[in-house]
Design a protein around this ligand. Structure first.
Ligand code: XMP
Length: 512
């Protein structure tokens, strides 16, 4: 069992980021909803508790709160932003609505530290922190003293070392806060006594052991998409149960150039029961005449379940269904619980009729970057481990409007050119996702003295940490020019290339 830190989530936009930073510091961490009963928190035997930020004001009616007994468990607590205001309020201090004091602070703020506080150990006397708060702490509860101040915030960081309770008005988890990771490490190592026992090779061993214990001699079925999560899950499961694992790869025909071939090459070389189902025709037939994006997604999802069900029936009895669910999915569905494998889980549409004994989700406590680290630990090749995210419905949502074989071919070729250009210029590491889209727009052009009336390809490249928000990537003009020239020359039926300069929000990453 790893040492555990619990993050209580008060609805802040950075709650997951806090957990990631803690895990980066080699300490296992779980995010639980603020309503989680104290008894459940205690069962986790946390070495520390972090109260996240949140959008509310502590004095607002119905504002999220905590059991005051949380502060007398003898477990160190770090309150961040809303979390620190709540701690102050519950322990008898006073939080002032900034409207009355005119002291709201947002963004980069110069902060002065007293390095004698264990939370500020090895910090310089001043550094920039990231503030985002309306209210601020006016009167500290008894026993607390200040160790960080800003021009407008007399209590930006404070603590009661005897009770090991600390508060920060700013966000140490965001990159804009200089020494933010150091502050979190100080909390973990100086205050909570962390040993730093969270690493991927131990995790792999433990997960395999638990898979064996749960699955016994039963057979396991996994839908392999070729994406990072299901690929890493397949290798982990295969190491755990060997040939008792069957992977089903459904080729819906919306994969990128050579992708199915690469998946076949890599996974066929492993000693794994892999079934590749060529369902291209039926997916295309199901989409004939359909232009609405949601209808397209819905049809593809339903067709996938049908095909997967049929394959599962053919296989006969398999006792366990495995899924590549990862932690953000679990947190978002509000059921964060933290077991490595959960045996009962509503799989929303996946083959229920077959009557699986249980569901194996060996990645359900991992963040994406941890899944990649686990993949590397298991020897999964870099080309699979570092794959960019790719939507389940694939290129079908990157052909705007009706999907046809010819349009798929066009977007596949344009996408391959764009990826080549990005790779050859060494830009891949600076962009989190990049791809080509075939728009449903036709425009006039001129090629070889003749008028054309052809299609427009849109290129999209974004930077994003979690894909909840994204910025369009500022890729060099030269790279865009090369991609544009090559696509119009090499891909039939395209006479214009545009670059999408929208961020998310208001746009989304995918166009459909
Ligand atoms: P959006 O377009 O919602 O995309 O901003 C955010 C991220 O999610 C990916 N995406 C999907 N992934 N199934 C998936 O597994 C889907 O249906 C799907 N749709 C979008 C998208 O590529 C981006 O990384």
């Amino acid at each position: 069992m790893n040492q555990t830190v619990v993050v209580l989530d008060f609805g802040g936009q950075y709650s997951q980021l806090i957990a990631r930073r803690i895990r980066e510091a080699k300490v296992y961490c779980e995010v639980l909803p603020w309503k989680t009963p104290l008894s459940v928190i205690r069962e986790k035997k946390p070495i520390g508790i972090v109260l996240s930020g949140g959008p509310a004001s502590v004095y607002a009616e119905g504002a999220p709160t905590a059991d005051p007994a949380l502060f007398s468990l003898g477990i160190p607590v770090l309150g961040i932003c809303y979390g620190c205001q709540l701690m102050v309020q519950l322990l008898g201090g006073w939080v002032s609505p900034a409207q009355t004091d005119g002291a709201r602070e947002y963004g980069r703020t110069l902060t002065h530290y007293d390095a004698d506080s264990p939370l500020a150990a090895s910090l310089p006397a001043e550094a920039v922190s990231w503030m985002s708060h309306g209210d601020f702490v006016k009167i500290l509860p008894e026993g607390f003293s200040v160790f960080a101040v800003t021009a407008h915030c007399p209590a930006a960081g404070f603590g009661d070392p005897a009770r090991r309770l600390y508060g920060l008005q700013f966000h140490p988890e965001v990159r804009h806060t200089e020494y933010g990771s150091q502050i979190l490490k100080n909390f973990l190592y100086e205050i909570c006594g962390a040993a730093g026992d969270w690493n991927m090779s131990d995790y792999a061993e433990r997960a395999m052991r638990e898979i064996r214990e749960t699955a016994g001699n039963g057979r396991v079925l996994l839908a392999l998409s070729g994406g990072v999560d299901s690929s890493v899950a397949s290798v982990l499961l295969s190491r755990a149960v060997g040939r008792r694992l069957t992977c089903v790869y459904v080729d819906h025909g919306f994969m990128r150039k050579n992708e199915t071939k690469e998946i076949r090459r890599y996974f066929s070389a492993l000693d794994m029961d892999l079934r590749m189902v060529d369902a291209r025709e039926r997916f295309l037939a199901a989409l004939a005449g359909v232009t609405d994006p949601e209808a397209k997604r819905h049809i593809i999802g339903a067709e996938f379940i049908k095909v997967f069900n049929e394959e599962a029936q053919k296989l006969g009895s398999t006792e366990y269904l495995a899924q590549g669910t990862i932690y953000p999915d679990v947190i978002e569905s509000g059921e964060a619980g933290g077991a490595v494998i959960k045996s009962h889980h509503n799989v929303g549409g996946l083959p229920e009729k077959i009557g699986f004994k249980g569901i194996l989700e060996p990645l359900r406590i991992l963040f994406k970057d941890e899944v990649r680290a686990l993949g590397r630990e298991l020897g999964v090749p870099e080309e699979i481990v570092s794959r960019q995210p790719f939507p389940g419905p694939g290129l079908a949502v990157r052909v705007l409007g009706e999907v046809t074989e010819e349009k798929l071919e066009t977007v596949r070729e344009a996408d391959a050119v764009f990826r080549e250009v990005i790779a050859s210029r060494g830009l891949a590491g600076q962009i989190d996702q990049y791809f080509a889209v075939l728009t449903d727009m036709r425009t006039v052009g001129v090629m070889g003295d003749a008028r054309t009336y052809s299609r427009t390809v849109a290129l999209r490249a974004v930077r994003s940490e979690d894909f909840m928000t994204a910025d369009f990537a500022r890729i060099p003009w030269d790279a865009l020019e090369e991609a544009s020239r090559r696509i119009t020359n090499e891909v039939n039926g395209v006479n214009r290339v545009v670059y999408d300069i929208s961020s998310k929000p208001p746009a989304t990453v995918e166009l459909e």
